[in-house]
Design a protein around this ligand. Sequence first.
Ligand SMILES: [Zn+2]
Length: 486
Amino acid sequence: MKKLLLFITFITMVMNVNAQDNWCGTNSDESSDSFINFSEVNQNVPIESFSGLETYVLKVRFWDLNNDNGSNNSDNDLTELQALNAVAILNKNYNAFNIFFKYDGISEINSTEYQEIDTDPDTGNYKFGFRPFVRDNNLYLEGAVNIYSIGDILPSAVAASEGSGNENFKIIICENGYINDPENSHVLTHEVGHFFNLYHTFHCRTDATGEYVCENVTRDDTDTECFNANIKGDGIIDTNATPKVMTVDGNCLYVPNGEVDHCGVPYNYGGLEPEVKNFMGYNNDCAQEFTAGQVAVMRFVIKAIINESNLNWIVSYPVSILYEPYLGDYAPYYPHSTPWVHPHFQPGFDYDFVECGGEGDYPQPADYSDTSFYYDNNNILLQIDKDETDFSSIVHPNHSAIRILQFTNQQPRKCYDNYNSPPVIGGVVVKFNDNIINTNVTVTPKDSTSINDEELIDDLQPGLYNIIKNFENGDTQESVIYKENN
Ligand SMILES: [Zn+2]
């Protein structure tokens, strides 16, 4: 594991971004020659196979930068809908690889200085210090994907040599507009790729001799002169050699324009097309896929960090946290008091809320681990598509259990089957003294103990009564009874 420690410690920088890039950055290193030795990753795995491997669940915590007085600049207020939408997009792009994301809320940071991370107008240098600022003020969630929503930023580089090798958090800084804009839905997916140590598909690096070297086209590893796909470019062999700027047609296909690699080979030579559609390129309108090699590397990095006791910038949580609402509470009884915020679940998954019922006593809802309840997968009380846009509709109905169809194991969980009535908190016993319903009555107030006494009626003298029960939620129930002579 010592080797791993060495190659993780380079992660010290916010990436540089050119004018064509969206504005988000991750503190992965884009410019030094440090390089993760991806050769120890088995990159030769069919992309379908990842769904059968261990499930990883990461929390995503958003941080909304405000001015010192708590106000926001006009274009920089991160809403919960935006954040939920962003997490939904991440899930839709990563779930096939058994990587899941749990929305963990938005925290506010009041800092006029850092709301706009920008170049210093005097020096032209980038503002350093954001990472130490969040570290020293504990403004991060250890092991989570921490996303900082900032205001405008110049469409150029932010590079900052900040941080140390012994990391327990990693950050993504993103201009607010890129978190939610559907036109840029690939941006966070790209940044999270960096978060998991992926490089750009067109990545070039300076080698030990000072020469700037890019990845060559050939995949023939016996071609010792030209083959460098395992150590140059992004270090991933199944992402083809790719120029940074490409001409692309309307179908997201590469249009050759005479560009050749360092060996003089055209980028589309031998059926090897450049990575136009890859999330880790710069063809924003075409970005839609990862390769199996990229996924293998991301999963390798996740596993390595989880197993490395000195590094905590990735923490994987139990799957059960995805069955916890991000908002609201389960009503303890019906009819519940109003208004009531019911349990809401994050968008981005296909949910079936299927009929269920409890055999025995258990808490409401059932614990994740308790699957002893009855359920019927064919009786779906509420069905939610992963592309659902009305997030307020994703609410756990009473008498149903949750199935998340993205999981291989689709066992319904957390049966919520609540027939409880509100507690009776008091009442009165009205005795009709003439044994007919008129105004000649004797009224006896009852506290919660005596009104709930099972012997209440047995203990009454013969006659006509109205027993009025007051429920905790404000409802009342009246029962007129005639007690016979015993
Ligand atoms: Zn990037």
